[in-house]
Design a protein around this ligand. Sequence first.
Ligand code: PAF
Length: 298
Amino acid sequence: MKKIERTAALRAAITAVRREGGQVGLVPTMGFLHDGHVRLIRQAADECDFVVVSVFVNPLQFGPTEDYETYPRDIEGDMMKAAAAGADVVFCPDVQDMYPDGPPLTSVRVAGISEPLCGAGRPGHFDGVATVVTKLFGLCEPDRAYFGMKDAQQLALVSRLARDLSFRVQVVPCATVREPDGLALSSRNKYLSEQERKTAPAIYAALLEAAELVVHGERDPRIVSIELRQRFAREQCLDIEYAEVRDAGTIAALDHLSGDVLLAVAARVGRTRLIDNVVLHIDGEKVEMEAGEIQGEP
Ligand code: PAF
């Protein structure tokens, strides 16, 4: 596996693969890879001839008071995990190489999807995500790009962006990976103290309880979100930012639950902001739940 730090070298590597007719898979990450990322890389390696894992902590998507400086970084560990999972290249440019003219004057905004939920608490965040993902799509020209379902709003945004801007990439959603107690894997779990780590699985438990209401026939989104919030009110160490029920594809608010529905939560556990969700596929009385996979289980 190769480490590539310059955009020009990445383009050359991609051109060589394309010349041979190879299919390129892209796994965009900010590094500090965990088993959730490893799953994305493995799936990409199964489905593509050449897999690029980008590791870039993108300053555009962090607010001025957020954790850009302290975001966990471990490029040596990332290289080992990416290689073991089947990556061909780890692309880890520095900020100067990605944004040689300073902060870009061009910004990509996916209107509507960017504003609610995480967009409300993190103004500008999704413009930063959309801009860097657009750059990565331009640089790699991937046939497939792999995104985790834990970031459901990001997944909806990237899927829409790819369609709106006519990238020929197929955006592949991959299941959330969870610890045995249900906590969704995240690079930020590293910030949790021992006590906070014990509290954090309550987020997933609350989502499952609210999802059960829908499974048992509730179709009023207000009732489901009230239940979700009430469940959190019982948790003293969780500070809820939002707990909402939305359309999974457009992130629009709903009057009635049907189709692909997202139950989404952002909460602070101590100083750490965590997000999680479950997706419900509702067809009349039938409800299928996509809640992710427990680490280590087949
Ligand atoms: O999900 C992430 O790690 C980031 O938002 C992404 C997609 C790599 C863009 O920086």
